[in-house]
Design a binder for this molecule. Structure first.
Ligand code: FAD
Ligand code: DHB
Length: 394
């Protein structure tokens, strides 16, 4: 089998790339080691930047998103028993965000690809790539006991942080920048009324908490826990009690509880691999970089990478010129590092770190006081949160 662009991974990165390439008349095949149901039900990110909303809508993926997604005009920051609001449209020239689950985006993408006759091969095993230094790299995989090979012009490594594409690059050709945080998030999806109208980031003496939602009747809630925390230590009632304590502010009604539909622990780390290309392999999304989730940048960065990679591949197939492909990594990394900075900053501003000195804690409180009191500081949060403008290419 042969294709123009072989894509490893059917997360947001791989599926969006396949969809956008098809709109440019470029052929691709996606291989995914999980099943369709698993990929569609995986509970992850939920906040779309303005540029992500626009990218999906312009690509014909906006129908259900616009009907069911919830536009939000701001976020809350809570500390010391007070809630502070940061308004986005007034600080960013009219930009907003949307709450729409990553798995809903994935469902819409899979539907669109399959409807257009696109090739997604689910449930593969032993994925491997070879020949990225040559003219025709190959993706190999097993399926139902048989071995398969796809010869490609280019391979897109969209297989997430634990995928096989990044490790296929020789260590000497890649530099990794890594930071691990001394805490994790316990995340819950609950059939309960969202406790806050807008996404609320809560700093407290007991640790960080985040109030979010998926719909008017489904809440998405997180609390900071130790990185090695055992989820068995968090029966439902303990979670609700702790969430209430960390998020309480003057005038807020007690949190309404409800059945917990999903509970999981996410470790927190910042990581960037440079460059995002080796030979005929291009890395995109979590395969190349991950951010701690505070600030909701993970999936949005993946979408920006794919936008840039699509432009570069489309220019190559149109004109034969590889300048865009040669510039892809540098262009993507300019955005990646700005999102890394913002995610690191939001994370350290809002969490309690066991390494913090009493001085650090006082400075942290002053920072929260400053960012919720100064219009210049609020604008800084707003313009990063709604997403910086897409970087220009060559
Ligand atoms: P992924 O979504 O990871 O997709 C990669 C795909 O490749 C997967 O479908 C995987 O099954 C497949 N794959 C892996 N290995 C192979 C292989 N060998 N062969 C074939 N296929 C393979 N971001 C936020 O902004 N907010 C959040 O709350 C949040 N929560 C998260 C929770 C968890 C547990 C994780 C892991 C991430 C979370 N993120 C969050 C980050 C966000 O979900 C990611 O940034 C986003 O999924 C990146 O998309 P991607 O397509 O690049 O990678
Ligand atoms: C959500 C996740 C985030 O990481 C964040 O910063 C805000 C909201 C969410 O899952 O809704």
């Amino acid at each position: 089998r042969r294709t123009q662009v072989g894509i490893v991974g059917a997360g947001p990165s791989g599926l969006l790339l396949s969809h956008l390439l098809a709109r440019q008349g470029i052929d691709s095949i996606v291989v995914e080691n999980r099943g369709r149901d698993y990929v569609e039900e995986r509970v992850r990110a939920g906040v779309l930047e303005q540029g992500t909303i626009d990218t999906l809508a312009e690509a014909g993926l906006g129908e259900r998103m616009m009907a069911e997604g919830l536009f939000h005009d701001g976020i809350e920051i809570r500390f010391d028993g007070q809630a502070h609001r940061i308004d986005f449209p007034s600080l960013t020239g009219g930009k907003r965000i949307m709450v729409y689950g990553q798995n809903e985006v994935v469902k819409d993408l899979i539907d669109a690809r399959l409807e257009a006759g696109g090739a997604i091969v689910f449930d593969v095993d032993d994925t491997a790539i070879e020949g990225i230094d040559g003219e025709s790299p190959t993706i190999r995989y097993g399926k139902d006991g048989a071995e398969h090979a796809i010869a490609c012009d280019y391979i897109a490594g969209c297989d997430g942080f634990h995928g096989i594409c990044r490790p296929s690059i020789s260590e000497a050709a890649l530099t990794g920048y890594d930071r691990v945080y001394p805490f994790a998030w316990l995340g819950v999806l609950a059939d309960s009324r969202p406790p806050s109208r807008e996404v609320a980031y809560c700093h407290s003496e007991r640790g960080f908490a985040l109030l979010s939602l998926r719909s008017p009747t489904v809440s998405r809630l997180y609390i900071q826990v130790a990185p090695d925390e055992d989820i068995a230590n968090w029966p439902d009632q303990r979670f609700w009690d702790e969430l209430q304590r960390r998020t309480a502010v003057e005038g807020a009604a007690p949190i309404e509880t409800g059945p917990i539909l999903h509970k999981g622990i996410t470790p927190m780390r910042s990581f960037v691999a440079e460059p995002m290309r080796n030979g005929r392999l291009f890395l995109a999304g979590d395969a190349a970089h991950i951010v701690p989730p505070t600030g909701a940048k993970g999936m949005n960065l993946a979408v920006a990478d794919i936008r840039f990679l699509t432009e570069a591949l489309a220019a190559f197939y149109r004109t034969g010129d590889t300048a865009g492909l040669d510039g892809y990594s540098a262009r993507a990394l300019r955005r990646v590092w700005k999102a890394q900075r913002f995610s690191w900053w939001m994370t350290t501003m809002l969490h309690l770190s066991p390494d913090d000195s009493p001085f650090d804690r006082r400075r942290q409180r002053a920072e929260l006081d400053y960012v919720t009191g100064s219009e210049a500081a609020m604008r800084t949060i707003a313009e990063n949160y709604v997403g910086l403008p897409f970087e220009t290419g060559l």
